[in-house]
Design a protein around this ligand. Structure first.
Ligand code: FAD
Ligand code: SIN
Length: 536
């Protein structure tokens, strides 16, 4: 059981975590920046991003106001306008930095300007991308850049378990306790199975999303909402959890696949059209923007058509598109379809909605500060006010970079004043034994995903949410019993975290007595007027 001290502790090595590490290490060569990551450094949601990063680049045709308006429109009344303006205006500088660190975004042949794509809800072409592997390219860039700084240490296979606060010093900490402070975290070293105490001047949660709470998700298996659950347990403020984004077009695989493979929205931006098995278009029944309407609308439309027709999927038609251009833009998607016996140039591509993105999360202010002192959050685990009730496509990578930068600026002058808290006890594992039956954990995870998928999916109702809460309570009790008596394992912690996430989504959904953005309930199909919903 090691005790480790670091000036800056960052949980997560995706775009948010590593961008922050690079900037902080560069500005403070004498400070130690420690990044924990629960598997390998390169495994993150970031790595799988396809479509790209939205930024106002083509100033002749596009401007900040248009990007702001598109973001507000998608967010359906719940975005914080000042945050939207910050992200839209500061975003292009952050993208430029990434380019200076070596990121390659596709350029147009001839003009040499960036080849800007368009996705659902965007009024202009403004998505910078690297083929359909933008996330892979961004993750590669930040990992290489981080290596240039000897004061950044990345500890792989380190699973952050719990944030350390006054609670661990024996004081009572409840949600309304003023001045809760974070002193670091306990983390499981998965290689020697020991739990280390990591003390820091400041801790930043960059642990990404929680898609694994649903049966079908585009998120990799690391996305179990650990940071959000840890912050909630530490009595930090978490918000907007009912707004879970389902991507309309994951590749339908009858055999099931975890994660589900994404067919990027950029494919629709490129001209693909949503159709039924019989080749009929249906999006005109739902929105005048057709296949390029915002995601909540398209996902609900597909869900509704599948239910009406009793089918397992709907389809994307790419057959009219130019093969050379299609394969150049979407080589990964093309190959993946072929591997499943689908030729996108000859066949319709079967698609279904899958859980994709968590719009809510750890509440933070415009500097990335959480409600707990010395604790910040950035990236998908945070709720900055940018996305409101529904995230606009390709705004997530942008938000993560903008907020990582803002956190780096905010902690600069404060590091010296925040001292290490030495009297934190080591993790206490007394009275626990190794789990006898791992199947208890794996089965509970399956049950949890079923509950969330059947009762708290794209369309909700009071009865479904009540059922979900009842079943979640049972799972919670059983899991807490296991937690009290069993030695810690990543699987057990992920189950515990996923139950917390499921509870937060379901409870927030039950609270919201209206339908807005990504939250749709048959009991309250309309939006409440502003005076009523703004206080929810
Ligand atoms: P991640 O990149 O998910 O990184 C989280 C990190 O935290 C990982 O390193 C993980 O190992 C670590 N971690 C988690 N829990 C723990 C723990 N307990 N202990 C230690 N480490 C932990 N967004 C866009 O803007 N444009 C796109 O084109 C786009 N396409 C997408 C396509 C797919 C298939 C997916 C899944 C998402 C896509 N998104 C896209 C969303 C975007 O990729 C993510 O929101 C973004 O990458 C999140 O970055 P992050 O740094 O917050 O988290
Ligand atoms: C996609 O490529 O469709 C995903 C884009 C995003 O999630 O922002």
């Amino acid at each position: 059981m090691a005790r480790i001290q670091t000036d800056v502790l960052i949980l997560g090595s995706g775009i948010a975590g590593l961008t922050l590490a690079i900037k902080t290490a560069k500005a403070n060569p004498a400070r130690r920046v420690l990044v924990l990551t629960k598997t390998v450094e390169g495994e993150s949601n970031t790595r799988y991003a396809q479509g790209g990063v939205a930024a106002v680049w083509d100033k002749e045709n596009d401007n900040y106001l248009k990007h702001v308006e598109d973001t507000l429109d998608a967010g359906d009344g719940l975005c914080k306008r000042e945050v939207v303006e910050i992200v839209v205006q500061e975003g292009p500088q952050r993208v430029q930095e990434l380019i200076e660190w070596g990121a390659r975004f596709d350029k147009e042949k001839g003009s040499g300007s960036y080849d800007l794509a368009r996705e659902g809800g965007h009024s202009e072409h403004r998505i910078l991308h690297y083929k359909d592997l933008t996330g892979w390219e961004m993750q590669r860039t930040i990992m290489e850049e981080a290596q240039r700084y000897p004061n950044i240490e990345v500890l792989e296979h380190y699973f952050a378990l719990d944030l350390i606060t006054q609670h661990h010093l024996g004081r009572m900490v409840i949600r309304v306790t003023p001045g809760i402070e974070c002193f670091g975290c306990y983390a499981l070293n998965k290689q020697n199975h020991e739990i280390d105490t990591i003390l820091s001047r400041v801790t930043v949660v960059c642990t990404g999303g929680a898609g694994q709470v649903y049966k079908s998700t585009t998120n990799p298996v690391i996305a179990s909402g650990d940071g959000i659950a840890m912050t909630y347990r530490a009595k930090g403020r978490v918000e907007n959890m009912e707004f879970v984004q389902f991507h309309p077009t994951s590749l339908y695989n009858p055999a099931g696949e975890n994660p589900s493979f994404l067919v990027s929205e950029a494919v629709r931006g490129f001209g693909a059209i949503l159709k039924s098995a019989e080749g009929e278009e249906f999006m005109h029944l739902y929105d005048e923007r057709l296949s390029l309407a915002p995601r909540d609308i398209v996902a609900r439309a597909i869900d509704s058509e599948m239910k009406k027709r009793g089918t397992d999927c709907m389809y994307l038609d790419c057959r009219h598109l130019d093969k050379a251009a299609f394969t150049a833009h979407f080589p990964t998607i093309y190959d993946k379809c072929l591997s499943q016996g689908i030729d996108p140039m000859k066949d319709l591509i079967p698609v279904v909605p899958a859980c994709h993105y968590m719009c809510g999360g750890i509440w933070v202010d415009e500097h990335g500060r959480s409600s707990i002192m010395r604790l910040y959050a950035a990236g998908e685990c945070s709720s900055t006010g940018l996305h409101g009730a529904n995230r606009l496509a390709s705004n997530s990578l942008l938000e993560a970079m903008v907020f990582a930068h803002r956190i780096y600026l905010d902690i600069q002058d404060k590091l010296e004043d925040w001292n290490f808290q030495d009297n934190v006890p080591d993790w206490n594992a007394e009275g626990t034994t190794d789990p006898k039956e791992m199947v208890l954990i794996t089965q509970s995870i399956k049950e949890l995903k079923d509950v969330m998928s059947y009762y708290v999916g794209i369309v909700r109702s009071n009865v479904r949410l009540k059922r979900a809460l009842d079943r979640l309570f049972l799972l919670y009790q059983e899991t807490e019993e296991l937690y009290r008596n069993t030695t810690i394992s990543p699987q057990l912690m992920e189950l515990r975290n996923l139950i917390t996430i499921a509870y937060l989504i379901t409870r927030s959904a039950a609270h919201r007595r209206e339908s807005r953005g990504l939250h749709f309930t048959t009991d309250y199909p309309d939006k409440l007027p502003f005076e009523e919903y703004s206080v929810l």
